[in-house]
Design a protein around this ligand. Sequence first.
Ligand SMILES: [Mn+2]
Length: 320
Amino acid sequence: MPVNSLAEIASVLQASRCILVSTHLQPDGDAIGSLLALGLALKSCGRQVDMYCDGGVPRRFRFLAGADEVVSVPPKKAFDCIVALDCADRQRLPVPDQVLRDAMLVNIDHHPTNNLFGRLNYVDAAAAATGEIVFDLLRELGAHHDCAVAEALYVAISTDTGSFKYDNTTEKTHRIAGRLLACGVRPGHISSLVFDVKPLRAVLVLQQALSSLAFSADGKIAWLTLTEKDLQEAGADNADLEGLVNYAKNIEGVEVGLLFRENNDGTVKVGFRSFQTDVAALAAKFGGGGHARAAGCTVRGGLDEAVSRVLAAVTEVVGS
Ligand SMILES: [Mn+2]
């Protein structure tokens, strides 16, 4: 699926003086780790580099070196080259048209749905993370993997593989991780900062959510509900709800886990997780979408109404 080679992309980067590195909206660990690794490495190769992501670096990744150099609004200047990382289409890239206009747009990604929107494209759906591709690109560039770059790549790869637990994890993933450890990455240190330590408000909102746990009669569907008041009392925001739905899904005997989160605009956000059931198809019935085992939608109406409508649809598929 890659259209251009990493050698071609490396030579464009080497020929560019002024480079913008960016990534998709609502950046995750792979987005931020890939961005920082490539940005810092290009700087160390003597390029002028701006790093930009929508909203800036999320709190839990701010310990990474270079995070304070990432800007949260698009820089208003001309670039020779713009690199989009981990971004499946142009709509997910928050860079305005006028900034893109005269620049060489390079698209580096691993989403199978990537529509090759760059002038140069390297898309490898077999890569567990965009960070794996950036690792190869840095070798092509002859860039030195210092510890800061290695930590950023480790965050990219460990987050997109769920700490090397998902089936996208390959022999190559572990080989790259091994090279990163050789550069000085401490896996316990990174995983405690990225996966384990949580702000108190996230634990308080988890406490609220668990107290709402409910099941279908046969125990195959489990769901959690959170009201706007629950979130306010905990002082939590959406970022604090990440992974919460899995508490419902991972209960023995449960096939579909759901999280209903009341918004303050008269809608309810629903998260779906499953073992086998195609929840993307279920979410699509309510105008949402996602992956087969992880999907979401937003339903108009109150919490009780959303719960009963969505449960009726899930029950039709998994029984009750
Ligand atoms: Mn990714």
